[in-house]
Design a protein around this ligand. Structure first.
Ligand code: ADP
Ligand code: GLC
Length: 480
């Protein structure tokens, strides 16, 4: 099959979160299964600088857009061909793909991703300059949402899949953006791109794609409810017959404690003593007191409301104060959370290390060192770090939501008896509920046999992309 995969991020070129991991790993897995895949992204300044690109030719776009150049290259460490949409006026900006250096969204994001959507739609029809006609167009998140809408009335278009990675980001703009984009008039109605008087990019994908997917079976059910549907639950319910949840995988080569190039000491996840060598090295490197008799708790992620970082701050303080656990946290995001973390680190410098920023190598070292990983997310479409944790013998403590509910099995007596338990799961969104789960984990950490059983079940997790990519292939096949 020929698959055109469209995304605004892909690891090795540009990354703000898990979308970038999926957009690198799924196309790679599809191509390893023998399919012909092209990955299309905007030509951000940083992505252009990371690689050698060949000019393929010019793509003429309808007004209000200028013609754009299509650049061709290979996604690093893969066989996947990449096309970059080079529109310097829109994408020649360094740093975060969505935000200006002051942390606000770029004021012309509707034009930037409007142009991207139009370019995807044109490439999907297979004309110049690519002369390559896909069987399937696979779009991801709001940044690609206009493409399915623009293709909807084209007679010879490919089958179109739209994947929702996070319904909290919808690409909403004022009505004037619709006019500025010179979009076809029939798309301005509540069945199409209009969302309570605003222009919604994500509705383009949800209303017009032939098939919808999201990144875990539980999230696929949750987004049909008013609590998690972000106002789109009605439309999603209408389309529920074409909506499925396919769990994300992880790159099991990149995330393998036996071969990880970033960590101090390679280890088998079931070998607790070998893992402890990394724990000790990290404590020293980050300036923590090296207390082997205390468990090390960790968190890595975007510091936003979704991730429940406020719950972590509240639950950790008494543990640090009483000298019952140590912690390491890596992330960046909202100032209030960054400041909260820095304050805690100043108060308990020997007990908690916090690093504000994005640091891939440190993320690996933390997974290889921590005893338990905290993910008290308010919602989590899939989540990747709980799966890295399972592979690294780092026991996840998670809230029962989205992909966390689908990958982490609570250490209940029954699950332990069946050898399935691999972590700790709680329900209520509160620091008290998180604290109870952490207490259960601390208790288990002091019981070597119990801990070993959790780690063994976790490290056996089958979370590679090969299996998951087959589910997408099955879905594509049913559409042809
Ligand atoms: P989301 O996409 O909502 O941010 P995921 O769990 O799906 O959440 O993916 C987050 C990805 O980004 C993971 O690969 C995680 O390791 C990585 N990540 C997030 N923040 C950081 C950071 N500060 N440093 C290094 N890696 C990070
Ligand atoms: C989103 C979600 C996250 C998911 C990722 C990749 O950013 O927040 O849960 O794992 O996309 O699908």
């Amino acid at each position: 099959m020929r698959i055109l995969f469209a995304s605004s991020e892909a690891r090795s070129l540009i990354k703000t979160g898990g979308l970038a991991d999926v957009s690198a790993d799924l196309p790679t897995a599809l191509s390893e299964l023998g399919h012909e895949v092209r990955l299309v992204l905007p030509a951000y300044l940083d992505s252009k600088a990371k690689h050698a690109w060949k000019k393929l030719g010019t793509l003429a776009l309808p007004p209000p857009f200028p013609p754009v150049e299509v650049l061709e290259g290979i996604l690093p460490d893969s066989q996947v061909s990449v096309w970059l949409i080079d529109a310097p006026l829109y994408f020649d900006r360094a740093g975060n793909p969505y935000l200006s250096p002051d942390g606000h969204e770029w004021p012309d994001n509707h034009l930037r991703f409007g142009l991207f959507g139009q370019a995807i739609a044109d490439l999907a029809l297979g004309g110049a300059p690519t002369h390559w006609r896909p069987d399937i167009l696979h779009c991801n998140d709001w940044q690609t949402g206009l493409a399915p809408a623009l293709l909807s009335d084209r007679p010879h278009r490919p089958g179109c899949v739209f994947t929702i990675h996070n319904l909290a980001y919808q690409g909403l703009f004022p009505r004037s953006a619709f006019d500025e984009l010179e979009l076809p008039h029939h798309l301005w109605n509540p069945e199409a791109l209009e969302f309570y008087g605003q222009l919604s990019f994500i509705k383009g994908g949800i209303a017009f794609a032939d098939r919808l997917t999201t990144v875990s079976p539980t999230y696929a059910r949750e987004i049909l409810t008013p609590e998690q549907g972000g106002g789109l639950e009605g439309l999603l319910a209408k389309r529920a017959n074409v909506l499925t949840g396919i769990l994300n995988g992880i790159d099991t080569h990149l995330w393998d404690p036996r071969h990880d190039r970033f960590i101090a000491h390679l280890y088998d996840p079931t070998d607790r003593a070998a893992k402890a060598v990394n724990t000790s090295a990290l404590r020293t490197a980050l300036g923590l007191e090296n207390i082997a008799s205390l468990p090390l708790l960790a968190h890595i992620g975007r510091l936003v409301e979704q991730k429940g970082i406020d719950l972590i701050l509240t639950a950790l303080e008494p543990l640090l104060a009483a000298g019952r656990a140590q912690a390491v946290i890596l992330g960046s995001g909202e100032k209030r959370f960054e400041q909260g973390l820095e304050k805690l680190a100043m108060r308990y410098p020997r007990m908690i290390a916090t690093r504000i920023g994005y640091d891939e190598a440190l993320a690996h070292r933390i997974e290889a060192s921590a005893d338990a990983f905290l993910m008290p997310s308010r919602f989590e479409p899939c989540g990747l770090n709980q799966m890295y944790s399972l592979r690294y013998g780092t026991v996840p403590i998670v809230r029962r939501t989205g992909g966390l509910a689908d990958t982490v099995i609570d250490a209940s007596p029954e699950a332990l008896l069946e050898g399935k338990a691999n972590g700790f799961v709680f329900d209520e969104i509160s620091s008290a509920a998180l604290s109870v789960a952490i207490e259960r984990a601390l208790d288990a950490w002091h019981k070597p046999d119990l801990w070993a059983a959790l780690v063994a079940a976790g490290s056996a997790c089958e979370c590679d992309w090969r299996t998951r990519a087959r589910e997408y292939v099955e879905l594509y096949r049913r559409m042809l």
